[in-house]
Design a binder for this molecule. Structure first.
Ligand code: N2P
Length: 435
């Protein structure tokens, strides 16, 4: 009897514990986002807003990453039950291809306004359709921020002309003052575009085709180029580059437009002038989007969180604090960025026909001409391993191929000199003996 009673008690305790933890998990939202990518206070406000909208409590567990590939490897292992992640376009493509994402279901929003649908830019929608030609990424992802990859430069040491080519990262004039983003795909793309200028000009290859090029030949070309740059590189940075530019530890930084906006503003406050340029040869345009991984356990709160991020006032705050550009086409977002001192640019592609001449910072919103020389990166599937190993070779090896060749030549010459002089010594001895 006693035994039976004990077993019943254990079962009841287990039942309560399971019930409780399941309930607890419904009140937890695990978000995995890039670092420095959200305004202060927004998460707390979301928790309050969620309660107002649903009557339910929610606690956001917020974690950050700096490198797309590091985040992806965690998701692929499936050890983490994140509810919401914010990968870049080519990673969204990879996740879609490997069935790692859940489709979005806006029905859970009930009577809450759908800010996602209300503020979607036609440009973002079109670019998201390009992510994966077979599955519409718009059904699985909502763009958060977007931008270009280019060069941040210190105008006191670097001219606009010098910064207008990717060759600047190999320019010996700036040796020791060059920063490169620790983002293999975002470096590979622009460098390959630079190295294939002739083929691009002659129409032998298109920018879009280059974004799928994971051939051994192209990887070797980019590797060789980066090894040539390496002796001048001050650092490979994941998120500290913008600060190092404001402190003038480096004068040139291969970086994202959002880091540029942040750095330009911070630097101006301490009397340092920085600028940003998307080199003439072309570059990449990128989009980071919210996705719900298949291991998610709170898809309802995840959908509400995405929706909250698309509320125009929240999008504006996130933009202003991070330097990055919200993928939000609400008119009030555009209005918040207008500066009468700037030259008008054509942003109709993003905000619609009424935005064909608006005074907005072109680093934030590139004009059509810049967009036209930029392409979207694509997933390489299993070839991604080749890229990561090339990246390790470049970052990890202290000695470049050309240095190795020089060392080898010196060794061969020394050995040859030693053998020849030993031989001639012997010959001299022999001839002396004969005498
Ligand atoms: C911000 C990271 C931005 C990611 N720290 C750009 N894809």
């Amino acid at each position: 009897m006693n035994k039976i009673f004990k077993s019943l008690l254990c079962a009841a305790a287990l039942f309560c514990a399971c019930g409780l933890s399941a309930k607890d998990r419904n009140n937890i939202l695990k978000v995995y986002n890039w670092s420095d990518y959200i305004a202060e206070g927004v998460i707390d406000e979301f928790e309050q807003w969620y309660k107002e909208q649903t009557g339910e409590d929610i606690e956001v567990v917020y974690m950050t990453f700096d490198v797309n590939e590091a985040m992806l490897s965690k998701i692929e292992k499936g050890h983490e039950d994140y509810d919401l992640v914010c990968p870049s376009d080519y990673i969204i493509e990879r996740m879609l291809n490997s069935g790692l994402l859940l489709p979005l279901d806006y029905a859970v929003l009930g009577s809450t306004p759908n800010y996602i649908a209300e503020n979607r830019s036609p440009y973002i929608e079109k670019m998201f359709r390009e992510i994966n030609p077979e599955i519409d990424a718009n059904d699985y992802s909502v763009a958060y921020m977007w931008g270009t990859t280019g060069i941040i430069y210190n105008t006191g040491y670097v001219s606009a002309e010098e910064a207008s080519t990717w060759d600047i990262i190999r320019n010996p004039k700036f040796a020791g003052k060059i920063l490169i983003k620790d983002a293999p795909r975002d470096v590979y793309g622009p460098v390959l575009i630079y190295l294939k200028q002739k083929e691009l000009a002659s129409g032998e290859v298109t920018l879009q085709e280059l974004m799928y090029d994971s051939s051994d030949e192209s990887l070797a070309l980019v590797q060789d180029y980066l090894l040539q740059c390496k002796s001048g590189v001050y650092g490979w940075e994941a998120d500290l580059g913008k600060e190092q530019m404001t402190k003038e530890r480096a004068y040139v930084s291969l970086n994202w437009s959002g880091d540029a906006v942040w750095a330009i503003e911070e630097a101006a406050a301490v009397g340092v002038e920085l600028d940003y340029c998307v080199p003439e040869e072309g570059s990449t345009v990128w989009f980071d989007g919210w996705v719900i991984p298949k291991y998610a356990r709170n898809t309802k709160a995840a959908t509400f969180f995405i929706n909250f991020m698309c509320r125009p006032d929240i999008a504006i705050r996130n933009m202003e604090e991070t330097g990055y550009v919200a993928s939000n086409a609400a008119w009030e977002v555009l209005e918040s960025q207008i500066d009468e001192e700037l030259e008008p640019i054509d942003l109709s592609y993003f905000f619609g026909p009424d935005a064909s001449s608006v005074r907005v910072d072109p680093i934030l919103y590139p004009d059509r001409a810049v967009i036209e020389r930029c392409a979207l990166e694509h997933d390489w599937g299993n070839d991604t391993e080749k890229l990561l190993s090339m990246w390790q070779t470049v970052k990890g090896s202290r000695t470049s191929t050309s240095t190795l060749v020089v060392i080898l030549v010196v060794i061969v010459c020394a050995v040859a000199y030693f053998v020849i002089s030993a031989q001639s010594k012997k010959n001299r001895k022999r001839s002396r003996r004969r005498k």
